[in-house]
Design a protein around this ligand. Structure first.
Ligand SMILES: Cc1cc2nc3c(=O)[nH]c(=O)nc-3n(C[C@H](O)[C@H](O)[C@H](O)COP(=O)(O)OP(=O)(O)OC[C@H]3O[C@@H](n4cnc5c(N)ncnc54)[C@H](O)[C@@H]3O)c2cc1C
Length: 449
């Protein structure tokens, strides 16, 4: 396991959002086309949790893309936009929301780059309707591992294009992204939320509401036991009509900053249980509705900057898996049980209804339910991840690479049957294997299964 031993103790260097630091630096350039010749990995805003944005051992630095953030073209008739890969989603939203255009798919934080959104092929609350971000990408400009700069799409160099969507930056550095924005009726969201007392009902309602609502997500209390196991709150939403919407565009929201790093262990089953009870019981009445700012709806966590400091210096890992519909809901139940048995808990637990699979070769979601567990890191965490992965494998599911920092190559390769096809394409465009990350060295290496 890469995140271990001496390298884990080093509190300088680079980390993902999970705060596990490895040696290495990020060097930023506003000219990605030129600078990408000199690096083995690009990195956006480091919101992937584990080691996917960290240079592999032996590589000194990753290319930081955030200075390359120009909007190169926008057609306000069709909504097709072309941007440099380092553009931050928060900036895109700031510029276009009031003009009634929005990204077709957004993750749960706006502090990501468009390059990071492509490399992870991110999904949002609308996956069951709109698929992943990659579905809306029309063209990519990439510096491949071979060194060529290639313009690709579903028609041109399609293998490179499809391997790059969800390919964690490994086929090549993403330089420019062209995608289709979504026209929205107003810059406000109409939302309803329901407090639900057990897991079965929560999962049934999530599925059922997905038939009428374009955006759905469930928050789950993973500490409650017995009949209340898996109780939670279901949120649904859609863009508000002009008649429903508040006047004008939403004002910018002020964010607080988590000023200190809490001691590791401050978030534990007891404190998380108390927090969960408070969230659950303060959802009064049981059904709520209203018009809300998209920032509040899509990005509740962004209102506290550096909230990952809550996890202390040991940090956090996220285990996100998708359990295919054919496997039923037992896998979700088993994973919640695994946390209880291990005496740990997930601070933020989210279940999403996933629609059809994207065409990115390693794209994460497939039809079924996705469970995301934020688990504080301690010595027992690698074993917890192994148990969770055992359930995912038994359910023929898969894990989301952009969240992972602790899975083993054996587990990953047993669940990722598409890996050989991906590696074949990577070899074509990067025969020397120049482009690599700490994560690719950990998970993609050749092993005997
Ligand atoms: C609070 C929070 C909520 C989240 N919610 C969701 C969610 O709802 N749905 C979801 O899908 N994801 C979610 N994520 C994960 C996040 O969307 C992804 O990790 C995303 O890739 C982060 O973008 P980034 O710019 O920070 O990329 P980084 O973390 O810097 O990099 C992620 C990967 O992309 C590669 N990469 C980045 N830029 C380039 C480039 N220009 N060229 C080549 N490769 C590149 C990196 O090498 C790395 O492999 C969430 C993360 C957080 C912290």
């Amino acid at each position: 396991m890469a995140i271990s031993g001496a390298r884990q103790d080093q509190k300088s260097g680079l980390s993902g959002w999970g705060r596990t630091y490895l040696p290495g630096r990020e060097i930023r350039s506003e000219n990605l086309e030129q600078a990408s010749q000199d690096y083995h990995l690009s990195r956006g805003l480091g919101r992937s949790y584990g080691d996917s944005s960290l240079p592999a051992e032996g590589d000194q630095a990753a290319l930081g893309t955030t200075l390359a953030d120009r909007i190169l073209a926008f057609d306000d008739q069709t909504g097709v936009i072309r941007v440099e890969a380092g553009l931050c989603l928060a900036e895109l939203n700031r510029l276009y929301l009031s003009r009634h255009w929005f990204t077709p798919v957004t993750p749960g934080t706006k502090f990501v780059t468009v390059g990071g959104m492509v490399a992870s092929d991110v999904h949002g609350k609308n996956h069951h309707v709109s698929g992943t971000f990659g579905r809306h990408v029309r063209a990519l400009k990439i510096r491949t591992g071979k060194g060529d700069v290639v313009e690709c799409s579903r028609e041109e160099s399609a293998d490179l294009f499809l391997a790059s969507i969800g390919g964690m930056g490994l086929p090549g550095h993403l330089l420019e992204v062209e995608f289709q924005m979504e026209k929205i009726p107003s810059p406000w969201i109409y939302t309803e939320s329901y407090r639900i007392s057990c897991l079965d009902e929560l999962l049934d309602k999530l599925k059922e509401k997905g038939k009428e609502w374009p955006m759905t997500v469930a928050w789950v209390d993973t500490v409650a036991r017995g009949k209340s196991m898996g109780r939670g709150i279901l949120f649904v939403g859609r863009w508000a009509t002009p008649e429903e919407a508040n006047a004008g565009a939403p004002p910018p929201r002020k964010a607080m900053t988590m000023p200190i790093t809490l001691p590791s262990g401050a978030l534990n089953r007891l404190t998380i249980g108390l927090f969960n009870r408070a969230v659950y019981y303060t959802h009064i009445p049981k059904k709520k509705s209203g018009i809300v700012d998209p920032d509040k709806y899509f990005y509740p966590l962004d209102s506290i900057l550096h909230w990952n400091r809550l996890y202390g210096s040991a940090g956090v890992t996220q285990h996100q898996s998708v359990i295919p519909s054919e496997s039923g809901s037992q896998g979700i139940r088993d994973m919640i049980e695994t946390l209880a048995k291990a005496g740990t808990a997930s601070f933020l637990t989210v279940i999403k209804d996933c629609g059809s699979e994207g065409d990115g070769i390693l794209s994460f979601p497939c039809p079924g339910m996705s469970l995301a567990l934020d688990i504080p890191i301690n010595q027992r965490t690698p074993r917890v991840i192994q148990s969770l992965n055992a359930t995912v494998k038994a359910s023929a599911g898969r894990i989301y690479l952009t969240k992972d920092g602790l899975s083993t190559a054996e587990d990953f390769q047993q669940m990722e049957t598409r890996l050989p096809a991906f590696l074949k394409i990577k070899e074509r465009w990067d025969p020397e294997g120049t482009i690599r990350s700490e994560q690719s060295e950990r998970l993609f290496k050749k092993i005997e299964l």
